[in-house]
Design a protein around this ligand. Sequence first.
Ligand code: AMP
Length: 283
Amino acid sequence: MPLRVVETIDEVRASLAARRDSGAIGLVPTMGALHAGHASLIERARAECATVVVSIFVNPLQFDRADDLARYPRPLRADLSLCEQSGTDVVFAPAPEEIYPEPPDVTVHVGETAKHLCGAFRPGHFDGVATVVLKLFTIVQPDIAYFGEKDAQQLAIIRRMVADLNLPLKITPVATVREADGLALSSRNQHLNAAERALAPALFRALAAAKEAVAAGAGDAETVKRGAAATIPADERLRLEYLELVDPRTFQPVQRVTGAVVAAGALWVGTTRLIDNVLCTPP
Ligand code: AMP
C-alpha cells in the first residue's frame, strides 16, 4: 500500500475508518526531522500493528523559546521518504491552524511529574506536550502509541495522562537509539558544528558514570550526581542545566538510591540544548 499523506483531521479520520476493522492502529507522534530513532519507533509499530500512522507536527504550544521554534528543522520531503522506508501507512502532517484554529482555552495541565528536570526549566512545555498528544490520540484513536525512552520524563507524563484520564490505548516505550560514541540521536543534533558535535557525548558519558556508580553500590544521590557532573569537561561551550536522579515512575528526585533510578540530564552545547537519560540499577 503506498504511503498516504494527509493534512486535515477529516482526511486522517476518513483514511483510517476503513482500516479499523482490519487490526490495531499504531500511532508514532513526532515533530519531524526524522532520524533512525524515529525509524525504530515506526518499525516497532509496523511489527505490531495492521496500520501505522506517523504524525509530523511541530507543536507551537510546547516551545518555551521562540528562537527554538523558529529554527526547528522541517525537512518534510526527507521525512516522508523515511516514513515510507520504515513502513508507514498514513502520515498526518497538519498545519498549525488545523490543530489550533484558535488559541486553545481548555488544555491539559500536568502536576508533579512535570515539576522537575525539563519541566522546571521549560515553563509550560509539558502542558503543551500533553495537550497536543491528547489531541492526536482523539484525532487518530490509536490502539497503541509509541514513545521513545530518550524523552523519559515525557514518556512518564504520557503514561500518567493515560492512567489518570482513562484513555483507551496502550503506550509502548522504545529504547534510545544512539550514535557509536553514545550521543542520543536528536533532531537538534544537526544544529551542532563539528567542534560542538565532538563535545556533545559528554552528557551520555556523565550519565553512564552515574549508572556505573549506582551499579557499584553508591547510595547517596548527591555524591553520584557530583561525580557524574565532574566528568563533563571544563569548556565554555558546555553548560550543564541539570543532572538528577529521579524515581522512574514519578520523576521526583531521590536522596537515597534504594531501587532503580533514572539519571537524567540537560546539557547546553553552544546554543543547542541536549537531553538524555539512562536507567541505573543498584547491585
Ligand atoms: P520528537 O520528534 O523529538 O518529538 O520525537 C518523537 C518521538 O521519537 C518521541 O517519542 C521521542 O522520544 C522519540 N525519539 C527521539 N529521539 C529518539 C532516539 N534517539 N531514540 C529513540 N526514540 C527517539
